[in-house]
Structure formats: structure tokens, C-alpha cells
Ligand binder design. Structure first.
Ligand SMILES: C[C@H](O)[C@H](O)[C@H]1CNC2=NC(N)=NC(=O)C2=N1
Length: 100
């Protein structure tokens, strides 16, 4: 899986909602804030069930109602379409559950 080229970065990454580039690494990140731990962990569980068959796994850190997610493709040492796909699936699964 090739890393995103400059054109793809401009098109695909700018279309993502709330994801930002990580400094010093070719990766994107987003903080999801839920009502409580149950909502956060329920979402993480649903994401896990989507990520596993994609064979694409998030780096994430959860405290109570917050989940900090970093996406990058380790095999490519940077961002690929797989990261964009997983980011979109995460956003879909979080729709209506996250706080501003
Ligand atoms: C061997 C296995 O296919 C790889 O380690 C998979 C698993 N999950 C992965 N997840 C992510 N985020 N990037 C990868 O390159 C990756 N590779």
C-alpha cells in the first residue's frame, strides 16, 4: 500500500472532519469526547470490530470519556488510504455520540 501523494493528501485529508496532521510524524490524530466511559468504550469496541477485518489498527489512548486516536500505516511508515478509510469509519460510528 503506497503512501498518499501530495494531490491525495490535499483531497482526502482536507475532507476529513476534525483530523489534524501530527507534528514530526506522517500520521493524523483526533480527540473524541463522549458522555462517559461506557459511551467511549462502546465506541472503541465497535471500531475494533471494523478495524480487525480491515487489518488496520488504531493507536489510541482512553481516559474516562476521552479517546485520543492516532492513525498511520506502520507497514508504509506513513499515511495511506487505509488511514483515511478508518478515520471515516470512526467518524461514522461516533456520529451523534460525541460532545463538542
Ligand atoms: C502483519 C499485519 O498485517 C500488519 O502488522 C498490519 C496490522 N495492523 C496494522 N495497523 C496499522 N495501523 N498499520 C499497519 O501497517 C498494520 N499492519
Amino acid at each position: 500500500m503506497p503512501r498518499l501523494n501530495d494531490t491525495e493528501r490535499q483531497e482526502l485529508l482536507s475532507a476529513l472532519d476534525g483530523w489534524t496532521l501530527v507534528e514530526g510524524r506522517d500520521a493524523i490524530r483526533k480527540r473524541f469526547v463522549f458522555d462517559d466511559f461506557n459511551a467511549a468504550f462502546g465506541w472503541m469496541t465497535r471500531v475494533a470490530l471494523v478495524a480487525e477485518p480491515m487489518n488496520h489498527h488504531p493507536e489510541w489512548f482512553n481516559v474516562y470519556n476521552k479517546v485520543d486516536v492516532t492513525l498511520s500505516t506502520h507497514d508504509a511508515n506513513g499515511l495511506t488510504r487505509r488511514d483515511v478509510e478508518l478515520a471515516q469509519r470512526m467518524d461514522q460510528l461516533a456520529a451523534g455520540l460525541t460532545k463538542a
